[in-house]
Ligand binder design. Structure first.
Ligand code: MG
Length: 156
């Protein structure tokens, strides 16, 4: 079965930028209740979507003080628990990040390793792709960052 997730966060000065479980050196970071990791948030929605178990907002409402400033790896761990409990395993994950700057290439390997570790997958089963918005729109002006994630799960 296929799961798909999307997320977007605004960018602002004085915030940290964590993407795919990796801290990225940047003058701007995501405005968020948690650590604002758009890749992991989209991944959580993909995992939950694959097994028809709702979305990240249902499981981790941003009104809940427990999730303030928390690492989004906590959300992934819970989503993985839900997938496992539903009787499925993750086969592969394919993520696309849309961000104007900084360049993500130096961080991609670490993101793959981080996500592979969180989801109990071989690195080769995790794909991280990055693109810019070609200076078009809010993403292109560096006002936000977006992520799209697909995954496949199979019955255990
Ligand atoms: Mg989010």
């Amino acid at each position: 079965m296929i799961g798909f997730g999307f997320d977007i966060h605004r960018l602002a000065e004085g915030e940290s930028l964590v993407l795919g479980g990796v801290t990225v050196h940047s003058s701007v970071g995501t405005v968020a209740h948690s650590d604002g990791d758009v890749i992991l948030h989209a991944l959580v929605d993909a995992l939950l979507g694959a097994v028809g178990m709702g979305d990240i907002g249902e499981h981790f409402p941003d009104t809940d003080p427990r999730w303030r400033g928390v690492s989004s790896s906590v959300f992934v761990a819970e989503a993985m628990r839900i997938v496992t409990q539903a009787g499925y395993k993750v086969v592969n994950i394919d993520a696309t990040l849309v961000l104007e700057r900084p360049k993500i290439l130096p961080y991609k390997d670490d993101m793959r390793t981080a996500i592979a570790t969180m989801c109990g997958l071989a690195r080769e089963r995790v794909s991280i792709k990055a693109t810019t918005s070609e200076a078009v729109g809010a993403i292109g002006r560096g006002e936000a960052v977006q992520a799209w994630v697909a995954c496949e799960v199979q019955p255990v």
